[in-house]
Design a protein around this ligand. Sequence first.
Ligand code: FES
Length: 102
Amino acid sequence: MAAVRVARLDDLQAGRLTRVEAGGMRIVLARVNDEVYACDEVCAHQGGPLSEGRLSGVRLACPWHGWMYDVRTGECVMPGRGTRVASYPVRVEAGDVWLEVP
Ligand code: FES
């Protein structure tokens, strides 16, 4: 795992999604209140861009067919077939957002 600085916390709006790249991967950041979560940006269904989806609380809906993920874990909660996208540990230090990526 490597730590990669991907954003400033102040640049992430609560309730919004932001696409970043780290470790050669597309990752979506979701700011929920003062917490930031990070998941793979590519939907496990047919590859939709999750950063263009809709965030409601901790639920992220894919823009293509509406599969919903819990951004805290990357688990698909609807249709809920045990599918998931990878999620990555996030830490905020001195206003910088760091990801731990493989
Ligand atoms: S590609 Fe995401 S729900 Fe189909």
